[in-house]
Design a binder for this molecule. Structure first.
Ligand SMILES: [Zn+2]
Length: 752
């Protein structure tokens, strides 16, 4: 085994003894138990490498490190042991929290809410992980996890790309250290230890003793690299004319793939492994690398190539700011927040400067005759345009990217398996900055295999990258449903619905993560909600967790919904309007439980005629979401309305729905009492307008009481009857102010 691979794997296995010890499988501390576990694995599989890897489990704590000198093993393995030892120190802050003492039964606390803790699960789409009041994890539970882990390990060769997904599947909910308030998943601790150890090696560190290893940690040997796209919204949605749903999805998938292409190129050129990717989600990535002149030169080169490629391909619509910050292991351990803060500033400046160093930015194409792509609007030399024939016989001239995306779009969406990234450019795939992307059906060969939504490594020589994606779409006649059909499938008003949402104050949340491992856990958990569990929410799973939400119809197993984009911390979903309406609340409730209430989310809803241009829809949605954010976040923009504030705090809307909405409307129609009272509902809306126009005039209150009693429905509307003097004193609106968002939605559902 190559020394670099040995270091990377050594990092990944060094703490394998933790769950083993907690399972009481052997005796001794976790170093000794991990050692024995890996020796047994070597014996049972006949894979000799595990004997060497067992040494990393055995020797990574100070008290054992003195013995390393006397071991009869090759010198480079000793170097590797010292590197993993020191990387373990850097990757964890556990030693500072030792005051609370250790208790092997303590569960992993939630990175979103430290008061709550997780049961011991495997990662699985079927189960939404909810932090609760778990007191302790028993050895039986650990034993199950360790057995399952071992079973999976036996099926793969010892390679970082194959071992990582297995560790992730089984160790995500294992606490990295059993002190009182630990929120770092063991998987992230292992991954970061592996990343740092390899980066130190690449930086030229060759420690022969604990002292030398500690010296490595004090020097500026590491680079933290960050990349962040801007212009994502423009890139995906500013398509004109035939911007169909499947095409939008293809564009958002394409963006994700461009991100992977860049990240994988950095990893390869800098001799790192997938473990060095702290995260790559939502058009944003972070990598740990070595701080050497060679690495910085390569990064400069990659940045220049990516920027030029983006400029040429999308005319500046899409940009990625990539930058790096040098630091010592010690800084990464003690001052991660500061290091990351400095890096973030650099990336922001980089994003502002954009294309300054692309040659010919201001002179591009002046000599040649340019023509616009009829889909995305990019200007390219006339001869580069390709003809695209639509089903209706119309022919458009489009750029080569749109051409490829159009034809591969359907395959990209429907692909069961995944994608191959290859550096052989055949012209048959979709072009990326460094590779070509081809849908994988089981035969292709390439550099990387991005396999969808699985943590089970395939048998392949290609590097396996788990490609988690919220790929839900409603199928119609074997293809992706279209806008017209979504509107047709909707209730009442034939409209498509759109939700756009993102997590509140996320920048602040991430800026406060104390260590790189905590950052890794937090970003992974966040991304998985939108990429992994969101699909479960759409399919109607987790109903017991979500509970009752505002609903216009029964939730179907295959709802009329298409996820255009979801990942990182945000999403954009379209569907039949009534289903989209309910989905918003389902997502919110699932998210609230998923984060233990530690974070909030804001969303905007929109209802559109199916012929509305997509760029227009995207603009309206952006404005609405901003409105909900401006009005205090933790809110949903349900409907256009007038008055004091437009969006609803989630709880207010759900309260009003429970108290009024449900009594007016249920089981897909107006309730018996209201079957013939649409006129009255309109009257209530009128009276609300009267109140909004002049809040000091109380005529609305008398009129409301009069009309409701005439129809004998005061009981249903009790919440909004009369003047609420407390609200008046506090300068808050009268309850009637909130009723329109409920009634208008209901009236839309029963529109004939
Ligand atoms: Zn185009």
């Amino acid at each position: 085994m190559d020394i670099k691979e040995l270091i990377a794997l050594g990092g990944l296995f060094h703490d394998i003894g933790k769950p083993v010890q907690r399972a009481h499988l052997y005796s001794g501390d976790h170093s000794i138990q991990g050692y024995r576990f890996l020796l047994d694995l070597a014996r049972e599989t006949g894979v000799k490498e595990y004997e060497t890897l067992a040494l990393f489990a055995r020797y990574h704590h100070r008290k054992y490190m003195e013995e390393v000198e006397k071991l009869k093993i090759p010198d480079d393995v000793k170097v590797a042991l010292y590197l993993v030892y020191i990387a373990d120190n850097i990757s964890s802050r556990e030693r500072e929290d030792e005051r609370s003492g250790y208790d092997v039964r303590r569960p992993l606390k939630s990175v979103f809410n430290r008061d709550l803790s997780y049961p011991l699960y495997q990662l699985s789409l079927e189960r939404l992980p909810i932090p609760g009041t778990v007191e302790r994890i028993g050895s039986e539970e650990y034993r199950r996890i360790v057995e399952a882990l071992k079973g999976d390990m036996k099926r793969v060769e010892p390679r970082t790309d194959k071992v990582m997904p297995i560790l992730e599947k089984h160790l995500t909910f294992v606490s990295s250290v059993t002190t009182e308030n630990n929120v770092i998943s063991l998987y992230d601790h292992l991954k970061m230890t592996s990343a740092i150890a390899l980066a130190l090696y690449n930086a030229g560190c060759r420690p022969r003793s604990v002292g030398e290893a500690e010296k490595c940690m004090k020097e500026k040997n590491l680079l933290l690299i960050e990349g962040d796209f801007s212009g994502i919204q423009d890139f995906i949605y500013s398509v004109s004319g035939k911007g169909t749903l499947k095409y939008l999805r293809a564009r958002s998938a394409y963006l994700e793939l461009i991100g992977w292409d860049i990240v994988l190129k950095i990893i390869k050129d800098l001799n790192l492994t997938l473990a060095n990717i702290v995260f790559n989600a939502g058009g944003h990535f972070m990598i740990v690398a070595q701080n050497t002149k060679d690495a910085r030169n390569k990064l400069e080169d990659i940045r220049r190539k990516v920027t030029t490629w983006l400029w040429k391909s999308f005319e500046g619509k899409l940009y990625i700011g990539i930058d790096w910050e040098e630091c010592s292991g010690e800084e990464l351990m003690k001052d991660f927040k500061e290091v990351r803060g400095r890096l973030k500033k650099k990336v922001t400046i980089r994003k502002l400067k954009r294309f300054e160093f692309v040659d010919g930015v201001f002179s591009i194409g002046k000599a040649e005759k340019l023509e616009e792509c009829q889909i995305c609007g990019v200007e390219v030399p006339e001869e580069e345009l390709k003809e695209l024939e639509f089903k209706d016989g119309e022919v458009a001239k489009v750029c080569k990217t749109c051409h490829a995306l159009w034809f591969l779009g359907e395959r990209l969406i429907k692909m069961e398996k995944g994608l191959v990234l290859t550096d052989k450019i055949t012209g048959e795939g979709i072009p990326g900055p460094f590779s070509e992307f081809l849908p994988y059906e089981g035969q292709l060969q390439g550099k990387y295999l991005l396999l969808k939504n699985t943590f089970n490594p395939p048998r392949t020589d290609m590097v396996f990258v788990p490609y988690v994606v919220a790929d839900y779409y409603r199928e119609k006649e074997g293809r992706v449903i279209n806008f017209n059909e979504l509107a047709e499938e909707s209730m009442g008003a034939k409209r498509i619905g759109v939700i756009k949402g993102d997590v509140d104050k996320l920048g602040e949340y991430f800026a406060n993560r104390r260590s790189i491992s905590e950052y890794s856990t937090a970003s992974r958990f966040m991304d998985y909600f939108f990429k992994f569990y969101l699909k479960g929410v759409i399919r109607g799973y987790y109903s017991d967790i979500i509970g009752e939400v505002p609903s216009l119809s029964e939730w179907k197993e295959n709802p009329n919904v298409v996820v255009v984009y979801a990942g990182g911390d945000d999403f954009f979903i379209v569907g039949s309007w009534n289903e989209i309406f309910e989905l918003a609340f389902r997502i919110r409730e699932a998210f609230r439980r998923y984060t233990g209430g530690g974070l909030t989310i804001s969303m905007a809803l929109g209802y559109f005629h199916p012929k509305t241009p997509i760029y227009r829809i995207a603009d309206v949605m952006t404005e609405r979401l901003e409105k909900a954010k401006d009005e205090g976040r933790d809110a949903i923009y349900v409907i256009e309305r007038t008055g004091w504030r437009i969006s609803y705090p989630w709880e207010i809307y759900m309260d009003f729905w429970r108290e009024i909405g449900r009594k007016v409307y249920s089981d897909g129609r107006l309730t018996e009492k209201f079957g013939d009272k649409k006129g009255l509902l309109h009257k209530v809306l009128e009276l609300r307008e009267l109140y909004v126009r002049d809040p000091r005039d109380v005529r609305w209150a008398y009129l409301l009481a009069y009309h409701l009693s005439r129809h004998e429905v005061e009981e249903v509307f009790r919440r909004i009857l009369g003047i609420d003097s407390k609200a008046l004193e506090e300068g808050k609106p009268q309850p009637i102010y909130w009723v329109d968002g409920i009634l208008k939605v209901i009236l839309m559902a029963v529109r004939g």
